[in-house]
Design a protein around this ligand. Structure first.
Ligand SMILES: O=C(O)CCC(=O)C(=O)O
Length: 274
């Protein structure tokens, strides 16, 4: 039996960075205290999800935010997948996720690869590429449980990237996210379930909670889908910690019983890294 307990902190993000860091710390401590082996934060957990704030909130690595996550991972002896934060690198800003092991060592750094530039009539308009740079690499790292792939929100809409992570050995894919009230009800759950099913992985999507004080209203509904494509845990839109037990033997069982990954016609088509 290879079991992992995940704790997803669906935190309410505020305008005050230090409040956000304190909130994240409190929730991480609580999730660890309740037995989580891996604790996950949402996209842009230290900064409101609005392009006008990204540059002012950005930190070069290692800044206060990543340092805090590293120290907490070590002190609490847990893995932390630190949602995402605006990262400053020279003149550029990226939407970046840092992951730490039980010793507080940085084991993963993902810069969002697909920037969220959309304009839905009567719905949501957002243009990340006005202020953010593009990440260039898929992110998969080793843990003592299995390999884990991390990507950020809009990245999950691209099956090729998810497949690349699966091909690199990921048995869990984690997506810090913040869908909204236009695309969330329409596409959130179906995308989570489909990516889990396509790749026969546990798929964890971690949102912030809904804060109506801002212009961008997060959908919430953090959830976990299993390798069969079923949602095993789902939150509502309010602040909470969502816990889920992942039985990693199920990944191999499903892959054996329904060998989708073996049946790929790589002689005809293939998703590969350029
Ligand atoms: O894909 C979507 O509908 C939402 C994406 C998003 O909010 C993001 O990438 O931050």
């Amino acid at each position: 039996m290879r079991n992992v307990k995940a704790g997803i902190c669906q935190m309410q993000v505020e305008l005050d960075k230090s409040m956000n860091l304190q909130k994240a710390e409190n929730m991480i401590r609580e999730a660890a205290g309740n037995g989580s082996n891996i604790v996950i934060l949402p996209e842009m957990f230290n900064c409101p999800y609005d392009t006008k704030y990204f540059s002012a909130f950005a930190e070069a690595y290692p800044g206060d935010t990543a340092s805090m996550l590293s120290h907490l991972a070590k002190e609490l002896g847990i893995y932390i997948i630190g949602g995402s934060v605006p990262e400053k690198d020279g003149d550029a800003v990226y939407n970046t996720s840092y992951s730490f092991d039980r010793d507080g060592k940085l084991i993963g750094k993902h810069r969002k690869m697909h920037l969220f530039d959309i304009d839905v009539e009567g719905g949501v308009r957002f243009k990340e590429s006005d202020v953010l740079g593009y990440g260039q690499e898929a992110t998969v790292f080793d843990t003592e449980y299995c390999k884990i792939g991390v990507a950020i929100c809009y990245d999950m809409r691209f099956p090729e990237l998810m497949r690349l992570m699966c091909k690199a050995g990921a048995e869990i894919i984690v997506i810090p996210a913040a869908f909204n009230l236009t695309t969330g009800p329409a596409h959130w759950e179906i995308t989570v379930r489909t990516r889990a099913l396509d790749n026969q992985v546990y798929f964890i999507a971690a949102s912030s909670s809904r804060n109506l004080d801002f212009t961008y209203h997060a959908y919430g509904h953090s959830c976990i889908a299993n390798p069969w494509g079923a949602i095993i845990k789902e939150a509502d839109e309010k602040e909470c910690i969502l816990y889920g037990e992942l039985d990693l033997d199920m990944v191999q069982k499903v892959r054996k019983e329904l060998p989708l990954l073996k049946h790929l016609r790589n002689d005809i088509y293939e998703v590969c890294k350029k």
